[in-house]
Structure formats: C-alpha cells, structure tokens
Design a protein around this ligand. Structure first.
Ligand SMILES: Nc1ncnc2c1ncn2[C@@H]1O[C@H](COP(=O)(O)OP(=O)(O)OP(=O)(O)O)[C@@H](O)[C@H]1O
Ligand SMILES: [Mg+2]
Length: 183
C-alpha cells in the first residue's frame, strides 16, 4: 500500500464487514507538532478479547480465501514505522475504534493519497451505512455527515450521477481548504 487513504479504506471495510451502521473517520493534522492522526470508529459486532489480542498479528483473519489478514497489521506498521503510535479498542456487541498516529515529516510516512476519493466511494457505495468524516488541520475543521446529506436529499440516492458529482467537488474543495496538498 502506498497511500494512507487505501489503509483507511481497508480498515473501514472491516467495519462494514462487521455490520456497522455508523462509521466515523477522523483525520487530524498538527503541522506545528509534525503529527497527524487517523481514527476509525464503528458500531459493528466488535471483537472478543482473544481476537482483539491477535489482530495485529498478520496471521489472524476471519476470511476463508487466505489465512493471513493484512489490513490491521499494515495500518499499524504504517504508523509505527514513522515513529508514531497505533491503538485498537473493541468490545463484543458494541464496536471498534482504531487509531494511528504519524510523524508527518518522517521519510517513511506514506502520502495520504486520494482520501476524498475513498470517502466518496464509501459514502456512495454503502447507502445503508452512515459515515461521519471529520477533517481538522491547524484550527480549520470540516465535517461531512452522510445522514444529514441523505435527509436533505429526501430519498434521492447518493450514487445518482448528479449527486455523486456534487459530492465529489464538495469533498475535494473542503479537503483542499483544510489541509491543501500538505498531507
Ligand atoms: N472493525 C472490526 N469489527 C469487528 N471485527 C474486526 C474489525 N476489524 C477487524 N476485525 C477482525 O479482525 C480480523 C483481521 O482484520 P484484518 O483487516 O487485519 O484482516 P482481514 O480483514 O481478515 O483481511 P484483509 O484486510 O487482509 O482483507 C478480521 O478478519 C475480523 O475478524
Ligand atoms: Mg481487513
């Protein structure tokens, strides 16, 4: 994986597989401290303690097509290889929260990549799931709440071409105004 946005997609796909109805994705950058943080929180089925203790090990997976789960180990590695931190918290029946913190200027920090594209894809392709995406950098903050958007649209699907095009521009403009090309 060469883009953190793809890690985010991967971790969020775990939330969707866990039956989450609401997923929050938060991206925070503090350029003065040279730190950024990604956090994904869901209300899916959660994990028992035994699974939770093993998920950062690449040999743990619930998939049947191959025995190795890579999403969480790669996300953890992407942060720790920059001198950052990683954490995962989960409770069976309640949900899961995963965060990764990066040193922005570290040579091994992967670029964020097409985060806007990932948000657009998640929001338009999972109509029954609500996403809250919060982006914050140096005092500038933007929140995208798909449940609010769906309410305003009153039944018009998010993947309708005109709506999708509007959302795409809206997300992109907001991201540019918050962190520009700095991540
Ligand atoms: N948000 C979550 N809620 C519940 N269980 C989860 C969640 N995230 C991960 N898990 C459990 O942890 C396991 C490991 O996740 P990981 O993303 O590392 O691998 P994977 O999803 O199995 O495979 P891959 O991501 O490589 O396709 C999953 O198979 C699943 O059982
Ligand atoms: Mg996965």
């Amino acid at each position: 994986m060469r883009e953190l946005a793809l890690n985010i997609l991967d971790i969020t796909e775990n939330s969707l597989a866990a039956g989450a109805k609401h997923v929050s994705i938060a991206l925070t950058a503090d350029f003065t401290a040279d730190r950024m943080r990604i956090e994904i929180c869901d209300d899916g089925c959660g994990m028992d303690e035994e699974t939770l203790a093993k998920v950062t090990d690449p040999f743990t997976t619930s998939r049947t097509t191959r025995s190795v789960g890579m999403g969480i180990p790669l996300f953890k590695y992407s942060a720790e290889s920059t001198g950052g931190n990683f954490g995962i918290f989960s409770e069976k029946g309640k949900g899961t929260r995963i965060f990764a913190e990066y040193v922005i200027g570290h040579i091994d920090r992967m670029p964020l990549g097409d985060f806007g594209g990932v948000v657009l894809q998640l929001a338009t392709m999972n109509p029954s799931v609500d996403f809250t995406v919060t982006v914050e950098a140096d005092g500038r903050k933007g929140v995208l709440d798909t449940s609010e958007i769906k309410e305003i649209l009153g039944g018009i699907p998010l993947d309708m071409p005109e709506v999708r095009a509007f959302l795409k521009d809206y997300i992109q403009e907001n991201l540019v105004s918050i962190y520009g090309g700095r991540l």
